[in-house]
Design a protein around this ligand. Structure first.
Ligand code: UT7
Length: 328
């Protein structure tokens, strides 16, 4: 195969049916619609049913992406699933997705980079295509974060939601396709956002369960500061490396964690509000699903057209970040 630029040939997404509003949360938590919406911009989120795991959401998104591209699962060369809430620590969630869509034999693996996972997975898939090794890579971001949050902790529980997004990467001709990435990690902040127990460091025990160590813990203020700084520096770095200016960006698609983070980053970058895409109000932070959910909705709403220059920026635990510049 000849090395090529990769393009996002199709997008498919899925969110669970159940809507949980801020008012619903204030029935069980000491919180309010006023606090949540002014501090985060979130009004409601989707919550998966008790039997639904990340792969179940990812499978529907994957089928929709394949259907939109008009290809069959047997034609895939690779499946990558990014998730911070995998079905199991192992086997990979990608194996469950592969079994459900009928992609037996296709290499399938998970990628762990927390909320930055989708961009890291996109970079991995792009590298397989750019090297000429593969032609059709399905990249999925799927998360049921609602299983990882402590529903007694108002400082985190109100922020997250469940969802999945899948993109099909294929070789591109001409100008279309992924132009470049800026990826990074600042490990000094690795404890600012974490799920402490259940891994080899702190395996499950009665103590870890009693201490609520199997739930997500976050130093919100530190993550907030990191995010507003890193979105700007990463975006500027990538644009200048690739020879573009801020004014060339047609659509800015940041990870959907907090509207104040998005607004601050857009302001610092000098990107006008009409070029910023956000659906955080309706979904909350869906982790690895947030960026593909935005791409799908933006395209459906006519805000993302062929030839547009799209700047995506993800960030999250690690503390990690990843920006991607693509010609749609
Ligand atoms: O994918 C990346 C993941 N995470 C993020 O990007 C999160 C980044 N951080 C944030 O978005 C914000 O820091 C938060 C939304 C988490 C918090 O906003 P904040 O403006 O930094 O609030 P705060 O943590 O400074 O808390 C202010 C007050 C505190 O009360 P006191 O100490 O001032 O009396 C909190 O206890 O708000 C209180 N508070 C709440 N009150 C009502 C915290 N959570 C809630 C709540 N409802 N849900």
């Amino acid at each position: 195969m000849i090395p090529a630029r990769a393009r996002i040939a199709a997008v498919g997404t899925y969110v669970p049916d159940r809507i949980v509003t801020n008012d619903d949360l204030s029935l069980t938590l000491d919180t309010s619609d006023e606090w949540i919406s002014t501090r985060s911009g979130i009004r409601e989120r989707r919550i998966a049913g008790s039997g639904e795991a990340s792969s179940d959401l990812g499978v529907i998104a994957a089928r929709r992406a394949l259907e939109s591209a008009g290809i069959s699962p047997g034609e895939l060369d690779m499946i990558i699933v990014a998730s911070l809430s995998p079905d199991t620590l192992f086997p990979p969630t990608a194996s469950y997705v592969s079994a459900a869509i009928g992609a037996n034999g296709t290499p399938a693996y998970d990628l762990s980079a927390a909320c930055t996972g989708f961009i890291y997975a996109l970079a991995s898939g792009e590298a397989f295509i750019a090297s000429g090794r593969y032609e059709r890579v399905l990249v999925i971001g799927a998360d049921v974060v609602s299983r990882m949050v402590d529903w007694t902790d108002r400082s985190t529980a109100v922020l997250f939601g469940d969802g999945a997004g899948a993109v099909l990467l294929e070789p591109a001709g001409g100008e279309q396709g992924i132009i470049g990435f800026d990826l990074g990690n600042e490990p000094a902040g690795r404890d600012d956002l974490k799920l402490p127990a259940g891994g080899s460091r702190l395996p499950a025990s009665e103590d870890t369960v009693a201490g609520r160590q199997h739930f997500l813990k976050m130093n919100g203020r530190e993550v907030f500061k990191f995010a507003t700084r890193i979105i700007e520096t990463s975006a500027r770095q990538l644009l200048s490396e690739q020879g573009f200016g801020i004014e060339d960006v047609d659509l800015f698609v940041p990870h959907q964690a907090n509207m104040r983070i998005i607004d601050a980053a857009a302001r610092k970058l000098g990107i006008p509000a009409e070029k910023v895409f956000s659906n955080l109000e309706r979904y909350g932070n869906t982790s690895c699903a947030s960026i593909p959910l935005c791409l799908d909705e933006a395209e459906g709403a006519g805000r993302l057209k062929r030839g547009d220059l799209v700047l995506m920026v993800g960030f999250g635990a690690g503390l990690s970040w990843g920006s991607c510049l693509t010609r749609w």
